[in-house]
Structure formats: C-alpha cells, structure tokens
Design a protein around this ligand. Sequence first.
Ligand code: ADP
Ligand code: MG
Length: 368
Amino acid sequence: MAKQNRRKKVGLPLLPEHEALFKPLKENGGYATCFFNNKGGVGKTTLVANLAAELAQSFGAKVLVVDGDPQCNLTQYVLDDEDALITYSEADPSSVYSVIRPLTLGKGYGETLPIRTVPKFGFDLIIGDPRLALQEDLLAQDWRDAKAGGMRGLRTTFVFADLVAKARELNYDFVFFDMGPSLGAINRSILLAMDFFVVPMAIDIFSGWAIKNIGSTVTVWQKELRTGISLSEDPSEIPAIDQARTLRFVGYVTQQHKERTGTEPDPDNGEDAVKKRIVQAYKNISESFPLQIATSLNRFYDANKVDPHLGDIRHLGSLAPKSQSQHEPMIGVSGTGSYTQLRKQAREIYRVIAARYLENLGGLLDRG
Ligand SMILES: Nc1ncnc2c1ncn2[C@@H]1O[C@H](COP(=O)(O)OP(=O)(O)O)[C@@H](O)[C@H]1O
Ligand SMILES: [Mg+2]
C-alpha cells in the first residue's frame, strides 16, 4: 500500500532481533493499549506520541493513536499550529467526540472512524476534543444501566471496544489511547476496551498509590461489567462484546523530569555529596516499584513470563519543548549542537522501550 511510503525513516536502523519481536505480532495485529496513570504530569502523552512514532517510523508498524484526553495535549503536540487552529475553529471537528456522539442521539455506533494522518510522526490519529468532557455524564449514567444488564448502557460502555474492532478491520497493528488522569466514566470505558495497559510513572511516592488504585478499581469494574453482560437480554447485538478482551498489564516506564546534574559524585566533596543524596532519594523510591507492582497488579500479568519494567526515560532537557514546538517526535527533532546528543539519546531510549514493549506483548500473548 502507498501508506508505507509516507513514513519517514528517522530513527536508528532496525536490527534483526528487533524485527523478530515485531513480526509475530504483526501477523495477528490490532492490539489496543492504553497508557494510564491516575496521576497527572507523569509523561503519558509524551510517551504515547514518541513510542507510537518509534513503532511507526522505525519498525514500520501501522499505528492508530486516539487522543482520549479532553485536554487534547497529544493532538496539540503532533498537529502543526496552523492545522490545529483550523481544525478547532470548525463548529464540529471530526474527533473522538464524533465517535460517541451518535450514541447520545440514540443512533447506535457511527459507521466510520474520523481518522487523519500525521506524516511527521508516521501514525494515524483520531484527534481529541474538549467536548469529550461533556460525555462524562452520559457514560456515567449508562454505566449504571450497563451494570444492570441494560442494552443501551452496554452499547455506550463498549463504544471504544467498537472503535478498536473497526481499527482491526482497517489492519492497524497497534491502537494506542492517550488518556486524562481520572478514574472517571470515559477512562473506565477506555480501560475496559483494551487488551493492554502501560503505566507511565514519575519517581515519586504518589505513583505507588496510583498503581494500587488502578489495580483495585479496574478489578471492580470488570466484575460489574461481567454481571451486566450476564444479565443482558441479547449481548450478541453488540459485536465487540464477543471479543471479551482480557486486560493485561504490559509494564511501567519511569520518567525522570528532574535534571540529574554531575557524573559520579565524590563522597569527599561537599557539593557532590548533596547531588548524591538527591540521586539516592530517587533510587530509594524507584527500588520500591517492583514490589508495589507485583502486589497491586499481579492479577494483570504473569510474572514468570514478563518483567514489567519497560525502561526509564531520563530527562531529555530542552529536546522535549523543542519537539513540541517543531511538532516532531524527539527522534526527529532538527537542531545541531546539544540537540545532536539529546536526539541520539532519545533514539536509544525509545528503541529500547519499543523493543521491551513488543517483547512483553509477545510474552503475555504466549498461551504456552
Ligand atoms: N523525558 C522527558 N524529558 C523532559 N521533559 C519531559 C520528558 N517527558 C515529559 N516531559 C515534559 O513533562 C511535561 C508533562 O509531560 P506529559 O507527557 O504532558 O505528561 P502527562 O500526559 O502525564 O500529563 C511536559 O511538559 C513534557 O514536555
Ligand atoms: Mg497528557
């Protein structure tokens, strides 16, 4: 298909072992992953956009990204300023809101998905929409109906599952959802429609609590949904119900937003000792993550098959804002001087995370 041609090759050349990780997944395809942490500002949006770009541009994957956050940060990141301005000045832009809207009008699911291409990132996109926040009430109301087995409620609850089913038909290898940080009705509907979730974490104690919340909340939702389906009159009326997705945990990525200065600190030097304490303080917290994950999310993955630590993204300095203002993935930012080094680091970091993501998907899907 001509589609491959518009994908720029900007990352590192692909090694055979990386190709081997993608190949078996490509054959089945259509895996839906959301990136979620009910704590804000942990780097979710940056990770979704850059990991999707790495998979698309370096691995040649066909990726659909859905901006499920009413704040639309991902859309603002990846669309050029003028494009965003024109799009959002329309009275009714085609967006993720257009996917839900027919349901609120009692019309069932829409026929097609409002997909656009984002050549600079190499993936396709369903743009975000501030009006999505207006649907929070509808989804909450219909959830009550869904739990009691109501067909209307179930149909609304499965709106994102239907989106994923349609994306599969369009042969996407991966469908990624960026989300806002709440455990509200929109995010419930997204999470319940996913095959996988990834948790981006900041190195702070709040991330540990967030993980606990995600595990226990999703468990309750899944139970309530199963009850609803068992009470419903005609579940076969909703094709996406059949797909009975089992939500699995792929892993977590830590993001270090605070600059770590200095190299190996010298304990005899007063100033460096301060730096060492700062680094040690991060280390103490991040060392507690594996146990917290194993305790809170053990239902969602098999520890014998995957190591959930996908990687760490260091502070990439001014590459992050530069990438935002150029609306380019970090691996494709143009700039000389310090940007050459930062871009190289970004290429290595996102390659490792993409490879680990694919490796864990393979491990979790292994039925053996
Ligand atoms: N690796 C990084 N290096 C530097 N800044 C980063 C990095 N990752 C994210 N940021 C910055 O941190 C802020 C929050 O990131 P964002 O992806 O918007 O988080 P979230 O979606 O979880 O709210 C943004 O301003 C982003 O540019
Ligand atoms: Mg965000």
